[in-house]
Each structure stands twice: as C-alpha cells, then as structure tokens.
Design a protein around this ligand. Structure first.
Ligand SMILES: [Zn+2]
Length: 117
C-alpha cells in the first residue's frame, strides 16, 4: 500500500519538476522588458516585449480599447469617431438607397436571365 503510493508520487512529481526546471528551457528564454501603457481613462496596462524589440508608442488599452501611450500624465486623446457601428450603418454610409435599389434590380435581372425568364 505504502509502496505503491510512493511509486506513483515519485513518478508524477519528479517528471513535472524536471520539465519546469529543465536547464535547456532556461537558456532558451529570451530577455524581456515590461512596458506600462496609459489610456485616457487612466487604465494602466503592462505589455511585455523582447528586450531588443522596438516598443510601439501606442498600444490599444485591453480594458476599454482606447489608444494607450507611454506617458501616464499625457495619454493619447480619445478618437473622435464613435467606436461601434453596425454593419448596416457602414453599408448605408457607402451606398445611397437609390444605389442599393439599382444594385438589387441588377442582381434580380441576372438571376432571371440565368433562369431564362
Ligand atoms: Zn483604458
């Protein structure tokens, strides 16, 4: 009883530890740096980059989606466009109702022609 417990514990425990503490894993770890970004809502978000990577000056705030910058006292301004628009709103922006009617009529014509009507 006690023997079988010991075997099971050793197997599971030791393999897990060896994996995490493997020296080869440690040597392959890339040097990293952590950078703080600040958005207009005062959210701080940490982003981690490779130490030799170029740090972007703007990063989208993961909490509210506003652009966040590196200067806590001077975050990037809120964008003036409203953040969310329905797909229909975009379509309406691109096409007038008349154009939509014309496109629809043309499509119907093509369908009818294919059917031999
Ligand atoms: Zn934010």
């Amino acid at each position: 009883m006690a023997a079988s417990n010991a075997i099971r514990g050793t197997r599971v425990g030791s393999s897990a530890v060896r994996w995490a503490e493997s020296p080869s894993d440690r040597t392959e770890t890339v040097a990293r740096k952590t950078v703080d970004y600040w958005c207009a809502n005062g959210h701080r978000s940490e982003q981690t980059f490779a130490a030799d990577a170029e740090v972007p000056s703007i990063w989208d705030c993961p909490r509210c989606g506003l652009p966040a910058g590196l200067d806590a006292d001077n975050p990037p301004p809120r964008p003036r466009i409203e953040p969310y628009k329905t797909h229909l709103a975009y379509v309406k922006e691109r096409r007038t109702p008349e154009e939509a009617e014309a496109i629809l009529a043309e499509a119907l014509q093509r369908v009818r022609a294919r059917r031999g009507e």
